[in-house]
Structure formats: structure tokens, C-alpha cells
Design a protein around this ligand. Structure first.
Ligand SMILES: [Zn+2]
Ligand SMILES: [Zn+2]
Length: 126
């Protein structure tokens, strides 16, 4: 059985960042805070982004193989092949889960760069 190292409750993290937003095409970035020419020809004006978000809780466990795993999705697969659910309980062997087991992991790691991409790609954010 995996050893549960700690449990982290979900919480809301305030994350308000100053940036610029184009009123023409909706593109925004936090790389600039002064009016900046947009590639659509208009100007990105100063804008306050509210990236505040709910951070899901997770359970940090130590796999039988010795690796630490953050269980924050429905399936959390260790490199040794074992899989655990959100509560740190071991699941059936991963070869019964098909190709989908990796998806939740990547979704759970939204770093700063991911948010910049979101703002830039999210046309019509306002
Ligand atoms: Zn624009
Ligand atoms: Zn393992």
C-alpha cells in the first residue's frame, strides 16, 4: 500500500495581475503594463486580469516503488505503472485504463506561462 504523506485541502488563490488587453481583437498579455501596439493594428490598453482560481486539493503519497505522487485527478499514474485515485487509493493495474490516464496530470499543473497563453489565446475573454 502507498503511504499517505499529506493531504492538502482545496483553496482559492488570489491572483490579480496587471497587463494590457486589446479592445479590438481581445488579445491580452501580462508582459506589458503600458499601452502596447497590437498585431491587429489597434492598441492594447492597460487592463487588470483576475486569474484568481480554485486550487484543487491533493493527496501526496509515496508509491510502493518509492516515488512521491500528487494525487489530484481521478487517476494518477506513477512511472512504475501503479495508478492511484484522488484519495491515494491504488487502482487496478494501469493497462486496464487505456491511453487516457495521463490527461489529468497535465491539467493539474497550470503554471504562470500557461495563464499567459490562456490570456493570449482566449479571444473575447471579457
Ligand atoms: Zn488586437
Ligand atoms: Zn511507483
Amino acid at each position: 500500500m502507498a503511504i499517505i504523506i499529506k493531504r492538502v485541502d482545496s483553496c482559492v488563490e488570489d491572483d490579480v495581475q496587471n497587463g494590457v488587453m486589446c479592445g479590438g481583437c481581445g488579445i491580452g498579455t501580462t508582459k506589458h503594463t503600458e499601452p502596447t501596439p497590437c498585431r491587429c493594428g489597434k492598441t492594447m490598453e492597460p487592463f487588470t486580469f483576475d486569474f484568481s482560481r480554485r486550487i484543487p486539493g491533493y493527496v501526496l503519497i509515496r508509491c510502493d516503488c518509492g516515488k512521491k505522487i500528487e494525487c489530484s485527478g481521478f487517476t494518477n499514474t506513477c512511472s512504475c505503472g501503479r495508478a492511484y485515485n484522488w484519495n491515494g487509493d491504488e487502482l487496478a493495474p494501469s493497462d486496464q485504463w487505456g491511453e487516457e490516464t495521463g490527461e489529468y496530470r497535465s491539467e493539474c499543473y497550470l503554471g504562470g506561462s500557461a495563464f499567459e497563453q490562456t490570456a493570449e489565446q482566449n479571444v473575447g475573454y471579457i
